[in-house]
Structure formats: C-alpha cells, structure tokens
Design a protein around this ligand. Structure first.
Ligand SMILES: [Fe+2]
Length: 313
C-alpha cells in the first residue's frame, strides 16, 4: 500500500503493514498491539506537541535516573500498576498456593548465603524479629532443593542500598537453604513502611497525581525450586495504615500476617531477650511448574537456569 498522504485515520495501518515481514508471530502480535494502542491513545486525548515533548523528556530522564543500584523504569511500571497486572497475568491464583506480588526495586544479586538461625540484620538498629517459615507443596510435603532469598527495609524505612554511607554493604538480606522439613528460620529486625524514591520522574508523576509514595511494611521473599513456578512475594505486616493504598498496588489479603510482639523472655531460637521482640510465621506453598500457564512455565524454566533478574534501586 502507498504510505504517502497518510492522515490520522490511515497512519496506524500503514505502520502495522511495515512489520508484516517480521519472522516472529509473537513479535508481530506485540508490536502490532503496541502501535494500535499508542496511536489510539494519541487520538483519544488529542495529544499536543508540547505534551509529546514532555513525554519524551520524562522518559529520557527516567532512563538517566537508572544505574546499577536504581531502576526508575521498574519503579514507573510498579507505580502505574503494570507490574501487578503482569504478575496477575502470569501467576493467576490457584487453591492454597502462595500468591505472587511485585519484585519491588530493591532486590540484589549475589546476596550472601546464611546458615539457618543466622542474624541477617548485621547489627542494624531495630526491633528484633524472629522469622520461621516453611516451604512446601500443596500436599504439605517439603519442597526439595528450594532456595529462599529474603530482603527488607530497616527501622527508618530504608534498604541497605539507600544508605550510601554503607558503601554497598548488604544488610537485612540473605539466602537460605531449608532443612529437610522445609523449614527456614533466622533473626532480623522488624521492617517498616517506607516511601518509594520520589527524587526522580516517578516522584514527579506521583505528585502530579496527588498520590502518596508509601508502601506498607513487608518482607520480600524469592523462592525457587526445581520443578516449581518461581515464587516472588511479600509478607505484609497486618495493621499497617498503608495496606489499602500501597503505592505499587502489591498488597494481597492472603499475604498479610501479624508480626506479634512478645515481652522479654526466651525467643524461638532459645536466645534470652531482655527487650521485646517480634515473630513472623508463614507457610509458603509452591506451585508445580506444570500448573503454571504455558508461557510462564517456559519462562520459569529458562530463568531458573540463569541468574535472578537484576532489579532497580
Ligand atoms: Fe519492599
């Protein structure tokens, strides 16, 4: 077809026609849908040239804000709800299997492995918290070969990467191998609610939308095991005032638990505590890979053979 004298009604089909020789059917489907929705968006809002230029500048600055410790694009995806939409599309809930939620921007690769019972807070100030979890299948059997990667914020609502004075030191994060009963236990500090970074374009977007940047207190877990769908999830602290307005839309009722506070005494690991402490108990139920969606299964298998995704700030 001729691509001369295109107008607002014919430009879309002209662009789509250019991709018709693409070898990948999946690519054609994705790029075709992207072009259609992008053009429809511009037509629907009658996008002005000033708004287009602002959008280009916004995305440019979003990219410029990214480095090896910060990923503003993932934060943008999170705060626009795209990450949660993606999670739901790829990991729909089934039965009693633990629900997935967003990665968040603070996961780090090469997190150190700890022995069961270790203290991963590395001396960071905060209320002591003793965590006791299990990793099992829907029949209640321990999952073999599992790896549990945990990370969370400190008492001030910051992750280790946000403390520049720590020079990259890893704190409040660790990797564990469950025992033969599927149990993992460790000591850390109680995580608190925190704001997502607002000193970049995403903060600008939140402010323009009259939205707060807060996330309710939670602990992150990434659990992988051969033959199972990779589990990326949180355990939220019941009673947090931001549970109903999480800045990244990641809260699921099944992931909310009380982190009970105990009087001084003997902690679950036998430690004599002279000040109050908290505990967290949670049973993670893994989904066999064969029950994941066809595409998610393929992706999970591929990703299990590679390193976990590197994430944002
Ligand atoms: Fe988080």
């Amino acid at each position: 077809m001729s691509t001369q004298d295109l107008n607002e009604d014919t430009i879309t089909s002209a662009v789509l026609a250019r991709a018709r020789r693409a070898k990948s059917a999946r690519f054609k489907k994705v790029i075709g849908s992207l072009v259609r929705h992008l053009h429809d968006f511009a037509r629907e809002v009658e996008l002005t040239e000033e708004e287009w230029a602002y959008g280009i500048d916004f995305l440019t600055r979003t990219g410029q804000k990214c480095d090896d410790k910060r990923q503003e694009f993932i934060l943008l995806s999170d705060t626009l709800g795209l990450s949660t939409l993606l999670t739901q599309l790829n990991h729909r809930s089934h039965g009693d299997e633990t629900e997935q939620t967003v990665w968040g921007p603070f996961h780090r690769l090469k997190t150190p492995r700890f022995r069961l019972g270790s203290n991963i807070s590395e001396g960071v100030r905060g209320a002591p918290c003793f965590v006791n979890i299990t990793v099992r299948d829907s029949a209640g059997k321990p999952v073999k070969g599992a790896t549990v990667d945990v990370w969370h914020s400190d008492d001030d609502g910051f992750y280790d990467v946000q403390h520049q004075e720590w020079n990259g030191a890893m704190r409040m994060r660790g990797v564990f191998k469950p025992d033969t009963d599927g149990r993992v236990w460790f000591r850390t500090i109680l995580p608190t609610a925190y704001p997502v970074p607002t000193d970049g374009p995403v903060g600008e977007l939140l402010k323009a939308s009259a939205r707060h940047p807060m996330r309710p207190a939670h602990m992150h877990f990434l659990i992988e095991a051969p033959g199972y769908d990779r589990l990326v999830t949180h355990v939220f602290n019941n009673g947090d005032k931001y549970l109903d307005s999480d800045a990244v839309f990641g809260v699921r009722k099944s992931l909310v638990r009380t982190y009970p506070k105990h009087k001084p005494g003997i902690a679950p690991d036998g430690t004599r505590m002279t000040k109050p402490y908290h505990t967290l108990d949670f049973d993670f139920v893994m989904r066999p890979a064969k029950r994941a969606t066809k595409r998610a299964t393929k992706r999970a298998a591929k990703k299990r053979s590679t390193k976990p995704r590197k994430s944002a700030s």
